[in-house]
Design a protein around this ligand. Sequence first.
Ligand code: NAG
Length: 247
Amino acid sequence: MIAYGIVFLVAAFCNANGEDAYLPSYIKQCSYNDAEFASCVKQQVVLSLPQFTKGIPELGVPSIDPIDLDDIIIDGNGLKLSLRKAQMHGLSTVHVTDLKVNLKDESFTLKFVANMSVSGVYNIDGRILVLPIKGDGDCLILVDNTEVEISSKLTPVKGKTGEHLKLVTPNYKYQIEKTTFQFKNLFNGNKELSDSMHQFANANWKQLMDDLAPPVIKQIVRTGVKAINKFFNKVTAQQLINDYPLD
Ligand SMILES: *[C@@H]1O[C@H](CO)[C@@H](O)[C@H](O)[C@H]1NC(C)=O
């Protein structure tokens, strides 16, 4: 189902091209009329996710683990922070906690918990709460047990050789349990200042993540949905789902 979900997202950005590809062998069909359709899809998503997130080159579906993030620049509340050349790791090992697909309602909900990490090059200057912070170099941000819920319309769209599913107007919310920052070369490498700032920043992680998390999560959801929709765009609903009704 994650694979389905990811495919849905991707499809939104592409037009069906009529050259329908074969399903990757690790994705098995579920049956439209099966009373257990929803749980079948969930199982398929759970099983195929680790491979789907690594991309399906034959179908032009990109890898989403890691995800290259756009530069993030924050300037407000007395703090300037930039994060460049950033990559987000972790989507291939998410734990799917809930997946609901209802083709009749055209609804799709996916909940997962992930341990993610963001690596990149940072530059920081200003204050966190009252403490001055300054530095630039490599950084690693470990984001533990983040719960993400994506809900979307799952709409059939007509292609040349059949219908394709597509995730349209996805919404999301998230909750982060804990974040640990590792900034290299803080205060020009002064170990004492750096150690005490890390202690302070990690204890007050919410302060930084209030600014950092929204652009990162937004890019993760957008990239994931795009990949899913790309997949959906390449295979028809009939290929994905046994007994899919033709009208
Ligand atoms: C995240 O890491 C913690 C600590 O290692 C572990 O207990 C938890 O199960 C992990 N969660 C996921 C979704 O992998």
